[in-house]
Write a protein that binds this ligand. Structure first.
Ligand code: NAP
Length: 295
């Protein structure tokens, strides 16, 4: 006799790279009796149905969440508030509401304001992704061996946290629990700042004169190529990340600017030992990442 799925009905609001990857995990592992989804475009809804990753798709998020015992926000952060307002009256009592957003503190504050206190809010962030978007970009192994950070709010029901944890564990993720503010600080350094730097470098290159630009494409493999992959990430998603994690990103950017100025001075003064010392330390970080299987 097969056991009951972890969730009777999961509603995914947004079914792009992350939402559709999660849907594929739910299907693969039999974690949901029913999966409904929500997307604005008819094309996205049709694609999700064609891929078989949702049983029904809706344009109206309130229709998608009706009767769901787990609701997952999987849209860009800028869409959250309107969705929260729309679904609030339609949420089942006792439902768990979680998300996959890349910024936590301001988003949680906003969700707490709009969602009824009859639901359990258990925010999350799978630290996994690619530069691709949309329902076809997803794959079930995306979260395998990657961290998923849970940032439960004060008074979160432990049973609800456990169920969200069980879902991500089934996806192959390692779970870390931290406060929303700490999450946002850590991500500002490990994810948001590197993206900002990549956007800047690629932006600088696109502003060059035409003859130099063609050389950049030709010789990209010498370092520039890796930045172009990061800078190809979804513009709306990243706009919303920087607008929402403003304080932590500005703090990280301030430190980065100081370090960059120090490097600039070392180069100008011909201080090779300073350069070599830094490059040796950074190499060790890379080795630690490889050892931790996070490379
Ligand atoms: P994505 O591939 O662009 O997918 C976004 C999905 O949301 C699409 O299905 C889109 O469909 C739908 N959507 C957008 N606005 C909507 C709205 N107002 N109402 C209903 N549906 C809406 O984006 P993603 O990469 O999966 O990112 C989603 C979330 O995951 C973001 O909050 C991001 O911070 C987080 N995240 C991303 C990554 C990453 O590397 N990509 C990693 C970790 C976490 P329509 O256009 O048809 O509406």
């Amino acid at each position: 006799m097969s056991s009951a799925p972890l969730f009777g009905h999961v509603a995914l609001i947004g079914i792009g790279l992350i939402g559709s990857s999660l849907a594929r995990v739910l299907r693969r592992d039999g974690l949901a009796g029913r999966i409904t989804g929500c997307a604005r475009q008819e094309e996205t809804r049709a694609k999700a149905l064609e891929l078989g990753i949702a049983d029904a798709m809706f344009e109206d998020p309130a229709e998608a969440v009706a009767g769901a015992d787990l609701v997952v926000f999987c849209t860009p952060l800028g869409a959250y508030e309107a969705i929260a307002k729309a679904i609030a009256p339609a949420l089942s009592e006792g439902a768990i509401v979680t998300d996959v957003g890349s910024v936590k503190a301001p988003v949680i504050e906003m969700l707490t304001r709009h969602l009824p206190d009859t639901v359990h809010l258990v925010p999350g962030h799978p630290v996994a992704g690619t530069e691709h978007s949309g329902p076809e970009a997803g794959f079930p192994e995306l979260f395998d061996g990657r961290w998923c950070i849970l940032t439960p709010v004060e008074g979160s029901d432990p049973a609800a946290v456990e169920k969200v944890r069980a879902m991500w564990t089934s996806a192959g993720s390692m779970i870390e629990v931290m406060t929303p503010a700490h999450h946002d600080t850590v991500m500002s350094i490990t994810s948001h700042l590197p993206h900002l730097i990549a956007y800047t470098i690629v932006g600088t290159a696109t502003d060059l004169e035409d003859d130099l630009k063609s050389e950049i494409v030709k010789f990209a493999a010498s370092g520039f190529r890796d930045f172009t992959r990061i800078a190809a990430s979804d513009p709306v998603m990243w706009r919303d990340i920087f607008l929402n994690n403003r304080e932590a990103v500005l703090e990280a950017l301030g430190r980065f600017s100081e370090d960059l100025t120090a490097l600039q001075r070392a180069i100008r003064r011909g201080e090779g030992d300073k350069l070599e010392d830094l490059f040796t330390r950074t190499r060790e970080i890379r080795r630690a990442l490889v050892d931790a299987k996070q490379a």
